[in-house]
Ligand binder design. Structure first.
Ligand code: FES
Ligand code: FES
Length: 157
């Protein structure tokens, strides 16, 4: 019989308690148990960045973390950050610069970009490219994404 464990965490500021299978990944838990489908699943091996989340303030791969590892943690998803308007300048810049096509990579890309914006300081285009290098986009060629992030970093968003 598969092992199940009780976990308690906060997700987008709301306390959540559930019994989960020990092998369930955090991104699957969020999507299947809580209906938070903004975090996408691509490679399921930590490469593409589609599942990027924030756990206790740090961005993580939701496909590489088990739900039980998030016990006691503060998890934030694209839904929570959108509702809080924290993402608004980046969302506006992505929209205006056509920095998305199919949109599959976009939630993870926005989470990664927001992490860079929060760090602040002088940020070159090269540093932006490095920071999002773990987030794959198969559509845009990245140019418009870098433009959008740069616009927000330079306070024009
Ligand atoms: S689905 Fe997690 S990094 Fe690709
Ligand atoms: S917009 Fe399609 S993968 Fe990035």
């Amino acid at each position: 019989m598969e092992q199940a464990l009780d976990i308690a965490l906060t997700v987008n500021g709301t306390p959540v308690s559930r019994r989960v299978l020990a092998r369930q990944h955090l991104v699957d838990f969020l999507r299947e148990e809580l209906g938070l489908t903004g975090s996408h699943i691509g490679c399921e091996q930590g490469v593409c960045g589609a599942c990027t989340l924030r756990v206790d303030g740090e961005i993580v791969r939701g496909c590489l973390m088990l739900a039980v590892q998030a016990n006691g943690c503060r998890v934030e998803t694209i839904e929570g950050l959108s509702d809080s308007k924290e993402l608004a300048p980046l969302q506006k810049a992505f929209h205006e610069r056509n920095a998305l096509q199919c949109g599959f990579c976009t939630p993870g890309m926005l989470m990664a970009a927001l992490d860079l914006v929060r760090q602040g300081g002088e940020v070159s285009r090269e540093k932006i490219r490095q920071h999002i290098s773990g987030n794959y986009c198969r559509c845009t060629g990245y140019q418009a994404i870098v433009d959008a992030i740069e616009e927000v970093l330079h306070g024009k968003g």
